[in-house]
Write a protein that binds this ligand. Structure first.
Ligand SMILES: Cc1ncc(COP(=O)(O)O)c(C=O)c1O
Length: 370
């Protein structure tokens, strides 16, 4: 019997929780007279860098722009190829093509579903100048080993932290392992704005300076472009003001996400793993951006959960090279873990404002799959 419809996501809950502080912040922005690159933006950049323990954070207009500008800023002059995973929504492929470079796909680790030093190694060529590791679903993976591999070969490592801002291991945050890292503040992200936004994070003053120029027409100073490939990609004052508020409760929201995911995992513990396995997020190295399960019978499971009032989604159904926009970059080797992941993953409802009753309803629907 269908007892309750659980929302897959409901942004109005977080907006109503933050409504009063957002209205105050919006009033401060209006009173300041600054719409772009004012004091809220400067403060947010500083507070984000401080939270992560990074050298600098540079605000831009979206996570995809952040990837494009980071790749442009760190690509060595004599190279043109970017290694990326193909099960991560094609954001890096999009950014790579926009930056004028070539995506080259490496397989992911079959357990973490992320690139590792081992999966990347075989795919390196002399043309590879950048490796982008997507910390998929919130999991801070093999970044330290990847950094070592890249450093030995003059390759730059970029961490895509769109799904992993706040993940840390032994006190070191996602975003501080690479030569550069990127964030998205798309509203459903763990650190979500009320519109689009993104940032490039880096240790290196030279990279920060290049991204600052690239985000504003390549200008070194007003009306003097010194870097080619510049664009207009700015994070506005209102979003920066909202993000400052949300950054303060990020750890708490991430902990709630992890707690919900662990309850789903417990609910699925006795199921046939072929039917449903919920991937874990047990420690601070995972911020549970999405609740991912795998199933060899995905359509059947999605139909049963849907009939029980539990909507699901698939992040992400098509390897990048199977999408017409990127098929010219199809690899000449098999990438079996990538193909299997795209065929098997499904996402359960997960956002911090889910009520305990709703979480119970999801758990009951999972249990009823048996
Ligand atoms: C892993 C990943 N990278 C990049 C992006 C792109 O971010 P945006 O939508 O802000 O451009 C997203 C999400 O949208 C994402 O999930």
């Amino acid at each position: 019997m269908r007892s309750q419809q659980v929302p897959f996501n409901d942004l109005s809950r977080g907006m109503s929780r933050d409504r009063e502080s957002f209205l105050e912040a919006a009033a401060a922005v209006l009173d300041s007279g600054y719409a772009i690159h004012g004091s809220q933006h400067a403060a947010f950049e500083a507070e984000l860098a401080d939270y992560l323990g990074a050298g600098a954070a540079v605000g831009v207009a979206s996570g995809t722009d952040a990837l494009e500008l980071a790749i442009k800023a760190v690509m060595p002059a004599d190279r043109d190829t970017v290694i990326t995973a193909a099960n991560a929504g094609a954001y890096t492929s999009t950014a790579t093509v926009r930056a004028g470079f070539v995506p080259r796909y490496a397989d992911v680790d079959p357990t973490s579903l992320c690139l590792t030093a081992e999966t990347v190694l075989d795919r390196l060529t002399d043309h590879v100048g950048v490796v982008v590791v997507t910390h998929l679903y919130g999991f801070l993976g093999d970044a330290a080993a990847l950094r070592e591999l890249c450093d030995e070969r003059g390759i730059a490592l970029v961490e895509d932290c769109a799904q992993a801002i706040g993940a840390s291991r032994a006190g070191r945050f996602a975003g501080t392992f690479g030569h550069a890292a990127t964030a998205s503040f798309y509203p459903t992200k763990n650190l979500g704005a009320v519109g689009d936004g993104g940032a490039v994070i880096t240790e290196t003053a030279i990279t920060a300076d290049r991204v600052r120029r690239l985000r504003q027409y390549g200008w070194e100073s007003k009306y003097l472009a010194t870097l080619s490939g510049g664009t207009n990609s700015r994070l506005d004052e209102l979003q920066a003001a909202f993000l400052r508020i949300r950054l303060r409760s990020l750890d708490e929201q991430n902990a709630r996400r992890r707690e919900i995911l662990e309850r789903y995992r417990a609910a699925a513990a006795d199921l046939d793993p072929q039917l449903l396995t919920v991937l874990p997020a047990t420690d601070s190295g995972h911020i549970a951006h999405l609740a991912i399960a795998r199933s060899a019978r995905r359509d059947q499971v999605r139909a049963s959960l849907g009939a029980a009032g539990v909507p699901t989604d698939v992040h992400f159904p098509h390897p990048d090279w199977e999408q017409p926009a990127f098929e010219r970059f199809a690899p000449d080797v098999d990438l079996p873990a990538t193909v299997a992941a795209c065929a098997e993953v499904l996402s359960l409802p997960l956002f911090p404002e889910l009520t305990d009753d709703e979480v119970d309803a999801v758990c009951a629907a999972i249990g009823a799959l048996a």
